[in-house]
Design a protein around this ligand. Structure first.
Ligand code: XUL
Ligand code: CO
Length: 444
């Protein structure tokens, strides 16, 4: 951010890489943005992104009390000027923390007006501001999205609302959000259906609601393509919260939904760690399910708390969890146009601007370290070799015939009776493999 043209909002220096031995809490220990690995810099490889809603709209409120976080740029009566100052502060932060991307909902960056037309004008003025800041800093938009869950009109859903009027309003809102994403050169667009589910089946026609959601997504894709948007679409599963039940509960039910309605060619999955655990799965599980169908798209990088049953959206500092996820991501060929978006928020008592830095430095270092460890695990080949060997009986002979569909029950019965007899059980070696992973995680 050029000092002479804009005030500085953060009394924190540019964050630099100092190496694993550094004890400076305002330095990277593992994320060296300029480090080139296999010909790609870590900055371009990790594609870290800052979630505007948490880091620049979150104030630390919870159901038991209002916000605790106060930022100087939030002071002022004119909502548009405040929104512009807030965005200046955000871009200063993106640059200082070496994040090449950001993500936002339409309503995060500009206030709603009295009518949709006024709301769109507000949005236009902040989009122009964002465009100038993107140009000045080189920070890019990972994905855009629309907030279809906060306003009262969406209390019974947006695309799944029983009232077609609300469906139409949501369509108009997403039309604009797609235009804005296109205008800012977004690499993607995400659909998280916060209220696309139900509170009670007593008042719900589930079949119709799911059909409406699919219709909405088809309309969105068709419109986006008609204006030349070439980015990747994502669907972000979550089992519940705010609804009792969200239709794209997890990746598996999301795949069934996309395939049922012919949407699998258009959308991939944006997988969020805390949504995975809320659905009773591990982060790695959700990545594997998506990757197994070629539908892994992007990651909302955060963590839940196993002792709390809700979406705590914490910064992830668990090297083992992220390493395992990263092994699956690398095996799947990476995230392509996706990235690691820190959909994570400060704890309510973490009220200082520096806390935003500590949080993101920790998250970036954790994922960068996980990437490096996972790369070694894959390169050394022992884990992959073990798994390949475990399934090697399918590589030839009757195992190959099974995979190719060349044999049926009659052939296999004959084979067992005449030749194979009783199979010899083989150890799954779980403990051995857990120790193997620890050797990489703890090791040099
Ligand atoms: C909510 C959530 C959203 C989406 C974008 O749990 O994850 O912030 O990522 O709408
Ligand atoms: Co998310």
């Amino acid at each position: 951010m050029p000092k002479n043209t804009r005030p500085q909002y953060f009394n924190v220096p540019q964050i630099r890489f100092e190496g694993p031995r550094s004890t400076n809490p305002l330095a990277f220990r593992h994320y060296d943005p300029s480090e080139s690995i296999d010909g790609v810099t870590l900055k371009n490889r990790m594609r870290f992104s800052i979630a505007y809603w948490h880091s620049f709209r979150g104030v630390g409120g919870d159901p038991f009390g209002p916000g605790t976080i106060r930022r100087p740029w939030e002071e002022g009566r004119d909502a548009i000027s405040v929104a512009k100052r807030r965005m200046d502060a955000a871009f200063e932060f993106f640059v200082k923390v070496e994040a090449p991307f950001w993500c936002f909902h339409d309503r995060d960056i500009a206030p709603e007006g009295a009518t949709l037309a006024e709301t769109n004008r507000n949005l236009d003025s902040l989009v122009a501001h964002a465009k100038a800041l993107q140009k000045a800093t080189g920070v890019r938009l990972l994905w855009g999205t629309a907030n279809l869950f906060s306003n009262r009109r969406y209390m019974c859903g947006a695309a799944t609302n029983p009232d077609a009027h609300v469906f139409a309003y949501a369509a108009a809102q997403v039309k604009k959000a797609l235009e804005v994403t296109q205008e800012l050169g977004g690499d993607g667009y995400t659909f998280w259906g916060g209220r696309e589910g139900y509170e009670t089946l007593l008042n719900t026609d589930m079949k119709r609601e799911q059909e409406h959601l699919a219709r909405f997504l088809h309309m969105a894709v068709a419109y986006a393509r008609s204006i030349g948007f070439k980015g990747q679409f994502y669907i972000e599963p979550k089992p519940k919260e705010p609804t009792k039940h969200q239709y794209d509960f997890d990746v598996a039910s999301g795949i069934a939904f996309l395939r049922t309605f012919g949407l699998e060619k258009h959308l991939k999955f944006n997988i969020e760690t805390n949504h995975a655990t809320l659905a009773g799965h591990s982060f790695q599980h959700e990545i594997e399910v998506a990757a197994s169908q070629g539908l892994l798209g992007s990651v909302d990088a955060n963590a839940g708390d196993t002792l709390l049953g809700w979406d705590t959206d914490q910064f992830n500092t668990d090297v083992k969890e992220t390493t395992l996820a990263m092994v699956s991501i690398l095996r799947a060929g990476g995230l392509g146009k996706g990235g690691f978006n820190f959909d994570a928020k400060l704890r309510r008592p973490s009220i200082d601007p520096e806390d935003l830095f500590y949080a993101h430095i920790g998250g970036m270092d954790t994922f960068a370290l996980a990437f490096k460890i996972a790369r070694r695990i894959i390169a050394d080949g022992e884990l992959g070799g073990f798994v390949a060997d475990r399934y090697s009986s399918y590589d030839s002979g009757f195992g190959r015939d099974i995979e190719k569909g060349r044999v049926g029950f009659r052939d296999l019965e004959k084979l067992v009776l005449s030749k194979l007899g009783e199979p010899v059980p083989r150890s799954g070696r779980q403990e051995y493999l857990e120790n193997l992973i620890n050797r990489y995680v703890d090791g040099p």
